[in-house]
Design a protein around this ligand. Sequence first.
Ligand SMILES: C[S@@+](CC[C@H](N)C(=O)[O-])C[C@H]1O[C@@H](n2cnc3c(N)ncnc32)[C@H](O)[C@@H]1O
Length: 277
Amino acid sequence: MIITAADFFSRAPAELPPDAEDAFFSAIRNRNSTFKRTYRARFQSLDEAVVRAFASRSMRPEQILDVGVSSGATTLDLRAALLAAGYDPRITATDLSLHAELVSLGKGVTALVSPDGHVLQIALAGWSVRPWRRRLDWITGMWAIRPLLLSWAQRQVENSNSRRPVLLVSPRLRDHPSIRVVEDDVLKRRPEFEAKFQFVRAANILNHDYFNEDQLRAAVRNLRAYLAGPGSLLLIVRSLHNGEQHGSLFELGDDGQLSVCQRFGDGSEIEQLALAS
Ligand SMILES: C[S@@+](CC[C@H](N)C(=O)[O-])C[C@H]1O[C@@H](n2cnc3c(N)ncnc32)[C@H](O)[C@@H]1O
């Protein structure tokens, strides 16, 4: 069972089992139809490969950017792997939607809502309900109930005065001394990030299911512009449901272009697009 947002945000970090945290974020769907799906401890071999890539280049990255981090669980994993290998960089962890509100709708009903009014979760008497339809709903009958519940909740949200702002990241990331959390759209250029990071990671965000080719090109151009200079590295990777990781590690050349220096699995599905962007 997925815990409710009210429960999630009222627990101390130590009282939040890692699986419950992962399940909570993984059930959130953004307005742009992307999911906050994330699970810790699945990038171990990738993190080790990143450490080896730094070591083989005698790189000591001071600034790292991790985009589309969801709860930040995998950012914490990366940070732990780097720390264990003797690196102590500052990490900027970004996501499109980090700010939300817990809105009381009365009679034991609460909703987790993005600032633009998109309902992310509804909780009824301690049970969390996904506002979005899934295939199983055709069997369970929820396909008819979910939209009704959602439109009722949306009306109630507009009229409610009981709202509490919350930050949609793991409690272990809030106030972390070495990880800064920033709300950011990877499709929009952010001047303060330009030429700043020796390593940029885009895990499970730049793929054809989420974005069209123009958007992917814009995102790659942005991430390339955020690299600190020649020799800086960009990792684009996607996890499959069977646990396989397919990604490409790119290096920025003196000519300002990316080249592939390492592949994981079959490489990134947007490798060619990234090289041509
Ligand atoms: C599937 S999760 C990946 C989480 C984590 N990187 C991992 O691999 O476990 C995709 C994340 O990308 C974020 N996202 C979607 N569109 C985005 C955008 N335009 N800019 C930044 N982040 C975005 C979503 O909010 C979500 O948290």
